[in-house]
Each structure stands twice: as structure tokens, then as C-alpha cells.
Design a protein around this ligand. Structure first.
Ligand SMILES: C[S@@+](CC[C@H](N)C(=O)[O-])C[C@H]1O[C@@H](n2cnc3c(N)ncnc32)[C@H](O)[C@@H]1O
Length: 427
């Protein structure tokens, strides 16, 4: 008893170019969400009327009713389109970001041919065991932009656990079918590693986490960036900027023509066993990347360096007691990141070194490491990120930075909180 009227057609009467047969082929979902209803407020920001569901309040747990709706804008990002399955509260924030409030600010963002960064520096290739991956078609230098893409489908992770599957799955399928056909086809062509409901599988295999407000974790689906395979010691790094609603991918070291471009799906600063478990549980493969396939003694040496990285970061992040060896520890941290080929998170070690020299008032070393931190943070988080901007200020005028000649008193100093707040070195 598949509900064709709600899936094939928007409730406001707009005909979608979806045939019910498409859905029967790809999904086991066969009923609309129970008690869903058309959005009652102003939906002029959207090209179809959102559909909503309310969760049951749980008085015993003190949980109020929550509302989730499907929001679609077929004109977003020059007509690529976007769908969000999230709460009206989050939508209020999202509508204010420049990408929505001033669409011209992201004009051409997804244009892979005439866009600002020229033709793509990669070609797709099918690998045995890994499926599709992207291979460099020319050499790339550290810092070069490889890809940029706006998400086509976004959903609130908060739905899991509070919305029953028989309501959540059709809600998600409805969202996917609100996308313009080209974006929908691109999404539905993605790889699913786990089986089960296909859209659920797509989400699990391809989603990138993103925050649009402080508290609400969302998943972004980026069908082009999703084609990068994984390596625990990758040659490329991505970050998402919610202001431009765009995920950016940059080279983090020299990449040779014909070399596969790889990103890290896990946390590179976790030991071998944890990384193996993470790739198996979340993506269905045992990692055999350049570091995971090394002999056991090499892997043990790498794990040992990772343990040292954590222990040094913990000490460097302690601003309540004097650390006379702070500069030496920060330089050792930089070395350990280099030995581990962690070319993106090394930014945090440069940042720690800049602070270490600033607190002792060493002008030229402060400038040196703040400059290296700015270069690396631009790749890690983006040039406009608060931390990158802060370190750029430190590089230009070290004496005016809040850390300059900052001293920690023996009995602990609350002013140290300012520094702790500003650092990322605790990971
Ligand atoms: C986000 S997709 C990456 C693109 C995918 N290869 C495709 O064909 O669309 C993630 C899936 O790619 C495969 N994959 C990615 N990196 C891999 C690796 N290092 N080793 C084996 N399989 C990998 C796994 O099947 C994983 O579930």
C-alpha cells in the first residue's frame, strides 16, 4: 500500500518528476510517515511545502515534543538543489547564513568545468576491493584546492532514537525525492556498504558530520566528495564551512599524477586497533592503507608515537602549572606529527609552538610558528576560521597577542583559561 500521492507528488500539487516505479525498485519503504502534516507557517524560502512530524513527548524523561520537517529548495546553489530534514529551530539559523541569505555569494561553487579552480585535477577510477576512487590527473602541491561542493541532502542526527524507523525512513525517502532529478540521481548512485534500507545505507556509508548550531549534529551528503576513498595517512583533507554551506578539499602534501587522492574517514591520532574497528563498523572494510599494512613492529612504533602525541598535548594544554620545557615539547610534537605523516593536524602543533614562544616573549620564533600555524590551519579549518584569524594576528603583531609574556603563577592562574579556550591542542 505504497502511498503514491505523498511520494510522487508534493502535497501542494506540484508534480515531481518521480515515478513510483523508481521507488519500488530501490526501497522497501511502503507507507508514509504516520501523522505527518504540511508545514503550517511561511514556507516562501522553499520550493515545495515542507512536510513535518512531531515526536511523542516523554514526560518521564523530561523530553518535550520535537518537530522535524523536510525542507527543499530546488534553486539552491545555481539550481543544484538542497534538501534538509531537520527541525524548524535549526532552519531558522541556516536561513541566515550567507549561502542562503545571499545566493550570489556561492555562485559557481559546484561548477567543475568553469569554476574558479578550473577543471577537476582528478579522474574517477575503479579499484579492486575499494570501488570507485579519484585519481590525480596532474601533480598537486600542498594547499591546492582539489574539490568544493555544497551538500545536496542534510539530515539531523537527532532524529535517530526519537523518531521510530517506520516514520523516519519514509521521511528521509521523501526528502531525497524532493531533490531535482540530477542531484537525486547523483545521490542514489552512491555506494552502500551495509545493506538494509538503501537510503539508510547511503547515509551510513557516505555522510560527513556537520554542526549548524552548537548542539545539533547533522549529516551532510556530498555526492562528489563521497567518492574519495580512505587512508589513515591521507594526502588530502576536507573541512566544512557552514557560512558558504560548502565542503572544501585541499592537498596536504605533494600528490603525483596517477596517485589516488585519499582522505581520512577516522581520527588519524588513534592507534591501529581502534582505526581498524572504526573502518569496519562504519564503512565495512578493514583498512589496509599505507600505514595499516606495515609489519607489526612498525605499527607498534607508530602507536607509540601516537601515545606520545597525546601525552605531550595534555601537558601543553595545561596552563595551570608552569611548564619550563614548553618550547621543547612543542617542537617534539611537530616532529612526531611529521614522522606520523599527519600533515593536516600538525597545524595544532605549530599553534602550540607559537604559544610556547609567545609566553616567553621570543618574538622571532613566535612569528615563525604562528606563520606555520596559519598555513596549516588554512588547510585544516579554512582561512576565515576564528583560530586561523587569531594566529594571523599573532604572526603580524606578536606583542599584542593575549599570550605574549603570559605567566602562570605557581598556585594556578585563572587567566590561563583564556589560553586554554583559544587552543586546539587538546584535540
Ligand atoms: C564514501 S565511499 C567511498 C567511495 C566508494 N569507493 C564508491 O565506490 O563510491 C566509502 C566506501 O568505499 C570503500 N572504501 C573506501 N576506502 C577504502 C579503503 N581504504 N579500503 C577498502 N575500501 C574502501 C568502502 O566500501 C567504503 O564503504
Amino acid at each position: 500500500d505504497f502511498d503514491v500521492t505523498t511520494f510522487g507528488f508534493a502535497l501542494d500539487g506540484t508534480v515531481q518528476d518521480t515515478t513510483p516505479a523508481d521507488l519500488f525498485d530501490t526501497t522497501a519503504v511502503c507507507a508514509a510517515p504516520r501523522n505527518w502534516y504540511p508545514y503550517k507557517g511561511d514556507w516562501s524560502a522553499w520550493t515545495q511545502r515542507p512536510m513535518c512530524i512531531d515526536t511523542e513527548p516523554n514526560n518521564a524523561m523530561g523530553v518535550n515534543t520535537q518537530t522535524f520537517c523536510t525542507y527543499a529548495n530546488a534553486n539552491f546553489a545555481d539550481g543544484r538543489g538542497i534538501v534538509l530534514v531537520t527541525s524548524p529551530r535549526v532552519i531558522e539559523t541556516i536561513l541566515k547564513v550567507p549561502a542562503f541569505a545571499k545566493p550570489s555569494s556561492i555562485a559557481g561553487m559546484n561548477d567543475l568545468i568553469n569554476g574558479a579552480f578550473g577543471p577537476p585535477p582528478y579522474v574517477p577510477h575503479v579499484f579492486p576491493m575499494k570501488g570507485i576512487g579519484l585519481v590525480a590527473n596532474r601533480s598537486l602541491s600542498r594547499g591546492e584546492r582539489i574539490m568544493q561542493e555544497t551538500p545536496t541532502w542534510i539530515y539531523d542526527r537527532g532524529m535517530f532514537g526519537v523518531v521510530e524507523e517506520r516514520d523516519r525512513l519514509p521521511m528521509h525517502w521523501h526528502g531525497v525525492y524532493m531533490l531535482p532529478k540530477e542531484a537525486r540521481d547523483e545521490l542514489l548512485a552512491l555506494h552502500g556498504a551495509h545493506g538494509g534500507d538503501f537510503v539508510d545505507d547511503l547515509m551510513r556509508t557516505n555522510a560527513f558530520g556537520a554542526y549548524y548550531t552548537d548542539q545539533d549534529m547533522h549529516n551532510n551528503l556530498l555526492p562528489r566528495i563521497s567518492r574519495f576513498n580512505h587512508d589513515c595517512r591521507p594526502n588530502a583533507h576536507y573541512y566544512f564551512d557552514p557560512m558558504t554551506m560548502t565542503q572544501y578539499v585541499h592537498a596536504i602534501r605533494e600528490i603525483m599524477p596517477n596517485e589516488e587522492i585519499l582522505i581520512n574517514y577516522t581520527d588519524g591520532e588513534t592507534p591501529y586497533q581502534e582505526r581498524q574497528a572504526a573502518t569496519m563498523v562504519s564503512w565495512g572494510f578493514a583498512c589496509s592503507c599505507s600505514i595499516c599494512r606495515q609489519p607489526a613492529d612498525h605499527i607498534a612504533a607508530s602507536d607509540n608515537r601516537i601515545a606520545q602525541i597525546h601525552s605531550i598535548k595534555e601537558k601543553l594544554n595545561d596552563w595551570t602549572t608552569p611548564q619550563p620545557d614548553r618550547t621543547k615539547m612543542a617542537e617534539l610534537l611537530i616532529d612526531l606529527y611529521k614522522q606520523e605523516r599527519l600533515h593536516a593536524p600538525i597545524a595544532t602543533a605549530f599553534e602550540a609552538a607559537a604559544y610556547a614562544y609567545s609566553v616567553i616573549g621570543d618574538r622571532y620564533n613566535t612569528i615563525k610558528y604562528a606563520g606555520q600555524a596559519v598555513e596549516a590551519l588554512t588547510i585544516l579549518y579554512g582561512a576565515d576560521h576564528d583560530l586561523t584569524v587569531d594566529l594571523a594576528g599573532m604572526m603580524n603583531e606578536p606583542e599584542t597577542h593575549r599570550t605574549w609574556k603570559f605567566s602562570v603563577k605557581e598556585d594556578g592562574d585563572e587567566a590561563g583559561d583564556d589560553i586554554v579556550e583559544a587552543t586546539t591542542t587538546s584535540g
